[in-house]
Design a protein around this ligand. Structure first.
Ligand SMILES: [Zn+2]
Length: 214
C-alpha cells in the first residue's frame, strides 16, 4: 500500500498530477480543497463554518484543516493507499503526520516564481457561467468572450501581480521548513513542474520506481 504527500504552488499542476497518480495506482486522492468544497456544497456544519470564514475575508486556519484531514484519514479504509494534497501546512502538523502514518514519500513540484506568475495571470473566468479559461492553454475563440454563454471573461480578483507576489512569498515561507522536515525523515522527490503534464507524471514515477503511465 502506497502513501504519498504532494506539494506544489498554485499553477504547478498539483491536482492534475495527484489525480493521474491516484487513478492509475488505485490510490485515494485526499484533497483538502475538494474536502472543503464538498462540505460547502452539501451544506454541512463545517461547510457553513468555512463559508463564514471566507465571507469575512479570512483564510481557513491550519487547525481547521488539520481536523478535517484527521477525520478523513480516520474514516479511511486502510486496504487502500492515498495521496494527500494540501496538507500538512506547518511544521507541527508535518511532524505529527510523519509519526502517525507510514508515508512512502513526498512529491515536491517545483515551479519558478516567474512561471507561476505567467500561468496564474493567464487565468480567466466567465463572469456569467463560471467556466475557466487560460490564455496560454485554453483560449476563448473571441477575445474576452465566453465560448459557451457569450459572457464577459475577467481575471479573478486576487489573480493580480501584487496579490500573487504575497501568495508566493507566503508559500515559500510556509513550505521551506516542511520540506526540511520531510527531507530529514522521508524520501522527497523534487520534480520540475515546467514540463508538460505527461512528462511531469513520468518524472514522478521514475523517482518512486513506479510503472510508467499507461
Ligand atoms: Zn460563460
Amino acid at each position: 500500500m502506497r502513501k504519498y504527500v504532494i506539494m506544489g504552488i498554485q499553477g504547478s499542476g498539483k491536482g492534475t498530477q495527484a489525480k493521474l497518480l491516484a487513478d492509475d495506482l488505485n490510490l485515494e486522492h485526499i484533497s483538502v480543497g475538494d474536502l472543503f468544497r464538498w462540505n460547502v456544497q452539501h451544506r454541512t456544519k463545517l461547510g457553513a463554518q468555512v463559508k463564514r470564514i471566507m465571507a469575512a475575508g479570512h483564510l481557513v486556519d491550519d487547525d481547521l484543516v488539520e481536523s478535517v484531514v484527521r477525520r478523513r484519514l480516520d474514516d479511511h479504509d486502510w486496504n487502500f493507499g492515498f495521496i494527500v494534497d494540501g496538507f500538512p501546512r506547518n511544521a507541527r502538523q508535518a511532524e505529527f503526520f510523519l509519526e502517525s502514518y507510514d508515508i512512502d514519500g513526498v512529491i515536491n513540484l517545483e515551479l519558478p516564481d516567474e512561471e507561476v506568475q505567467r500561468r496564474v495571470l493567464a487565468r480567466r473566468l466567465c463572469t456569467q457561467c463560471g467556466l475557466d479559461y487560460n490564455l496560454i492553454a485554453y483560449r476563448p475563440k473571441v477575445e474576452d468572450v465566453c465560448d459557451v454563454c457569450g459572457g464577459r471573461l475577467a481575471a479573478r480578483e486576487d489573480d493580480n501581480p501584487e496579490a500573487l507576489a504575497v501568495r508566493l512569498a507566503e508559500y515559500h515561507e510556509q513550505t521551506k521548513p516542511l520540506i526540511a522536515i520531510f527531507q530529514r525523515k522521508e524520501f522527497v522527490a523534487t520534480v520540475d513542474a515546467t514540463a508538460a503534464v505527461p512528462d511531469v507524471q513520468a518524472a514522478i514515477r521514475t523517482h518512486f520506481n513506479l510503472m510508467r503511465p499507461r
